[in-house]
Design a protein around this ligand. Structure first.
Ligand SMILES: [Zn+2]
Length: 351
């Protein structure tokens, strides 16, 4: 009896480790820390980026990114800035690929986010990236809810192989929201519209831009450094080199009305800074990129709306809406028709 339970326990351990191929042994992504301006730095984990501001009283950090990057970052910070622990972690949004790993800083940090992040972590199905939605409305993440967007738009709207098995941590065939968010520390301070953090004589302003790629976005503004940090709705995960890139247009448009996306860009354009640090992509950008991205959304919306008003079918729109001004942008050939279709479905849903 005793032996049997040991064997069962071993089987369970083996089963769990076999079910975690992508998380158990990740290839370590490229990691580095670069100075942006003064005491403001950008930190990199592959094509994911975060920021931190060093003050005499400690550090204000953006996203912890994930549970393997965050301990690496903590040890770098401890070495480079001894006696200046991370006092704040500010989430750019709640998605698991940016917000995980906060435990590394939990001893010293307060975790801050837009208030909608609490809703996304209350045990109900959260707002997710990449058209991963609760298709059968059962409140848990089923394998096909990951596989459908992964297989219909490979490399754009879903996850890599093994992702579902990685988040189904007890291998029972479904992933609960809590399993998905196992490594995300819940925010302890939330705000509604704007918030100001002062630490060691330095200031960070937090701004909720509206609904876009997520419904709980925060833009961090560093007034003295004339810089800001925002993820995803300005440069999404497809952006690697060229920041001028057609949006992934999953969802359609992640369940947020096009008007809200456009409002988000206008909000950021209205903030006082020069350099935007993005969550994806090697280059930092300026407001020109934000304006052009907003104009892309406006041009897409008006062209699709005009075609719909003229009675064109979705197939006709995908053929006719060329968005020529953007033909040199990254992913134009690959994603133009997807953007037209997403705009069409978005306008049908939210008009
Ligand atoms: Zn995201």
């Amino acid at each position: 009896m005793r032996l049997k339970s040991v064997v069962l326990a071993l089987a369970a351990v083996v089963g769990v480790s076999l079910a975690l191929p992508s998380l158990a042994q990740p290839r370590t992504p490229a990691r580095e820390i670069t100075q942006v301006q003064g005491d403001l730095y950008r930190a990199r984990n592959g094509n994911w980026y975060t920021v931190f501001l060093v003050t005499p009283a400690g550090i204000i950090l953006g996203d912890p990114i994930n549970e393997t990057f965050a301990p690496w970052l903590k040890s770098e910070l401890d070495t480079r800035f001894p006696g200046r622990p991370v006092k704040y972690v500010v989430y750019s949004h709640s998605h698991f690929d940016h917000a995980a790993g906060g435990a590394a800083f939990a001893e010293t940090a307060t975790f801050v986010a837009h208030e909608n992040m609490l809703r996304n972590m209350d045990g109900r199905y959260p707002q997710m990236p990449g058209d991963m939605i609760d298709r059968n409305d059962n409140g848990v993440i089923d394998r096909e809810e990951i596989d459908i967007p992964t297989n219909t738009r490979p490399g754009v709207c879903g996850m890599g192989p093994g992702f579902f098995d990685g988040i189904d941590r007890n291998s029972d065939g479904v992933a609960t929201p809590r399993e998905l968010q196992q490594f995300i520390v819940r925010p302890s301070v939330v705000y509604n519209d704007r918030m100001r953090i002062e630490l060691g004589g330095k200031v960070v302003e937090l701004v909720h831009p509206g609904l876009n790629h997520s419904n709980d976005a925060t833009v961090m503004v560093f007034p003295a450094e004339r810089a800001a940090f925002a993820t995803e709705f300005i440069a999404d995960a497809l952006v690697a080199g060229n920041p001028r890139s057609l949006p992934s247009a999953c969802g359609p448009f992640d369940g947020s009305p096009l008007d809200e996306w456009i409002k988000s860009y206008r909000t950021v354009e209205g903030l006082d800074f020069d350099v935007l640090i993005t969550g994806h992509g090697s280059q930092m950008v300026d407001k020109t990129l934000i304006r052009e991205t907003r104009e892309f959304f406006e041009d897409l919306r008006s062209a699709v709306a005009a075609g719909m008003a003229a009675g064109q079918s979705l197939e006709q729109l995908k053929e006719n809406v060329r968005l020529e001004r953007y033909k040199d942008w990254a992913n134009y050939e690959r994603l133009r028709a997807n953007n037209v279709e997403a705009a069409y479905r978005n306008l049908l849903t939210y008009r």
